[in-house]
Design a binder for this molecule. Structure first.
Ligand code: APR
Length: 227
């Protein structure tokens, strides 16, 4: 029975794939107001602006690829039961070969009916006003907006509770309930945080490094150790 490693990622792991973070210098929330593009009220008020915001990010995603941090994490599956819990809506963990992924904030590559929440893939990069579900309802991005429930949170908590090692990569731990995950770690677990500007937390092994600088080394150490 392989030991379980849970990896909790944020925008920082995709930064070196060319996808912007939110709260860094030059981050997305420095260019856009959350209230204009990432809330249900914003979508009701100006759906085209919201759809365009996600179309821009989807176009960027189509031009990006997993970096060595994503690819290294996938190697852990050789020796561990790996679960990746991500706040990211990109598909870089999937494209790196990780099999067991929980998206807390949805997926940029999917749309959802505003009538019955049925999910439809977005095969190219655009989702526009007038793109309708099979029942004639407008499609929206299948992402979790501020103020909306995080349906996968309980599943994520269960995974964290049963992990031997909990690794946090590239998140400012600013957004709840996602950031609460660390509070479900048991005392017996090893907790590792990798971030060039880390949030200091007691009892956590902090490595103030970029994901591509440190994750490959950490993965090699875990694969070679007799954990
Ligand atoms: N490697 C690792 N970490 C990095 C790198 C890098 N190369 N570059 C930046 N970071 C770190 C930053 O130091 C910061 O701590 O990534 C983190 C990014 O933080 P945020 O921009 O707040 O992104 P995130 O924590 O994922 O935001 C959470 O907020 O807006 C919502 O839904 C959105 O899922 C998102 C959530």
């Amino acid at each position: 029975m392989f030991k379980k490693i849970v990896v909790f990622t944020g925008a920082g792991i995709s930064a070196e794939s060319g996808l912007g973070t939110f709260r860094d210098v030059g981050g997305l929330w420095k260019k856009y107001n959350i209230e204009d593009v990432a809330t249900p009220e914003a979508f009701n008020k100006n759906p085209s602006l919201v759809l365009d915001f996600y179309n821009q990010r989807r176009k960027q995603l189509l031009k990006s690829k997993p970096n060595v941090a994503h690819l290294s994490l996938a190697k852990l599956q050789k020796k561990f039961n790996l679960v990746v819990i991500t706040q990211n809506i990109d598909n870089l963990h999937e494209r790196s070969g990780v099999k067991n992924i929980i998206h807390l904030h949805g997926k940029l590559t999917e749309s959802r009916s505003t009538l019955d929440n049925k999910i439809y893939p977005i095969n190219n990069s655009e989702l526009n006003l007038g793109d309708l579900c099979s029942k004639g309802g407008q499609l929206r991005p299948n992402v979790v907006w501020f103020g909306e429930d995080v349906p996968n949170m309980n599943n994520a908590i269960d995974e964290v509770k049963s992990a031997s090692i909990f690794i946090i990569i590239g998140t400012s731990l600013n957004v709840y309930p996602a950031a609460n995950l660390i509070n479900y770690c048991l005392k017996s677990q090893r907790i590792i945080l990798i971030d060039p500007n880390p949030t200091r937390i007691n009892g956590v092994e902090i490595f103030a490094k970029k994901a591509t600088e440190f994750v490959p080394k950490l993965v090699d150490d875990l694969l070679s150790s007799n954990n």
